[in-house]
Design a protein around this ligand. Structure first.
Ligand code: HH2
Length: 282
């Protein structure tokens, strides 16, 4: 199992920890903490020092909101200087950019980003796929429904008997959109989108049956970090304090077949996932 990003082939021989760098004023657990480009780049370096294999830089929060989405120029201005600074300071670090917009993806890739993380799974702007295809960049396709403003609500959490089947089917369509645009399947990673158009029981179902997603033949990424269902199950109200519950969800996901983990708390995940991996690998 490997992931192709530009000219790099990651073998995923141990859990891949992707540290979160939110360059936003409003993210649900760390909004405003790293809003300036230098604060964000410093944070990225800290996460890499703590053992992250890569960092995911995002300039638009998916926290439910009523306003429109962040304008392209604003999102580019948030993200590009951070990608540039990380590239200068850590030329070998893997840098992904969390965006649903083709124009932002193109700007980030031109600055040397290795992959795009599209939480809409190419639903909102299919040109993200073409942007990645031009340079054979990596592409994370996450399952969600609705717009950026409401994808993290329950508005579209309407499923029949088989939630997991519907999620897998919609991600299979996303994968087809990517390959139809000329991106090799090897560049794609799939993510069930924990907490996106999913009530807690839906998130638990997809985590429990990750094997059905892995059966599509691509590596699986999970992002349960600090999310609401983790808070509900562990009874921890404050998102930033949900580290132990997040680690629990991700270790279970590793056992279920996930290989990449998008996390806020890198050190705890690095240690826990490496130990869990040694046990599971036998
Ligand atoms: N979750 C969030 C954002 N991007 N990308 C992937 N691939 N998977 C996820 O589960 C995922 C994601 C939401 O978390 P966060 O970035 O902390 O919050 P916000 O969207 O409010 O910035």
């Amino acid at each position: 199992m490997h992931w192709l990003l530009r000219d790099r082939r990651l073998l995923l021989q141990r859990p891949f920890v992707l540290g979160i760098v939110n360059v936003t004023p409003d993210s649900f657990s760390d909004g405003g903490l790293f809003f300036g480009p230098m604060a964000a780049a410093d944070h990225a370096e800290r996460l890499l020092d703590e053992g992250a294999d890569g960092v995911d830089v995002g300039g638009e929060s998916t926290r439910p909101h009523n306003g429109g989405s962040v304008p392209v120029d604003e999102e580019v201005a948030r993200v590009v200087p951070v990608v540039r600074a990380i590239r200068e300071r850590r030329p070998d670090a893997i840098v992904t950019v969390d965006t649903v917009k083709g124009a932002v993806a193109r700007a980030a890739l031109a600055e040397g980003a290795d992959a795009i993380n599209d939480v809409s799974g190419l639903r909102l702007d299919p040109s993200v796929a073409a942007a990645c295809a031009t340079v054979q960049a990596g592409l994370v396709l996450m399952h969600s429904r609705g717009t950026v403003a409401d994808m993290a609500t329950f508005t579209h959490a309407t499923y029949g008997e088989d939630v997991v089947g519907e999620v897998v089917e919609e991600l299979e369509l996303a994968l087809a959109r990517a390959t139809d645009a000329g991106l090799p399947a090897e560049c794609v990673v799939l993510d069930p989108g924990v907490g996106f158009a999913k009530r807690s029981e839906h998130s638990l179902a997809v985590l429990r049956e990750l094997a059905r997603l892995a059966a599509l033949g691509r590596p699986v990424l999970v992002g349960a970090s600090r999310k609401r269902f983790v808070g509900e199950l562990s009874e921890v109200a404050e998102p930033a304090a949900r580290v132990h519950g997040s680690v629990g969800a991700h270790v279970a996901a590793l056992a279920g077949g996930a290989r990449l983990f998008r996390v806020h708390d890198v050190r705890a995940h690095r240690e826990a996932l490496d130990v869990a991996w040694a046990v599971l690998r036998g």
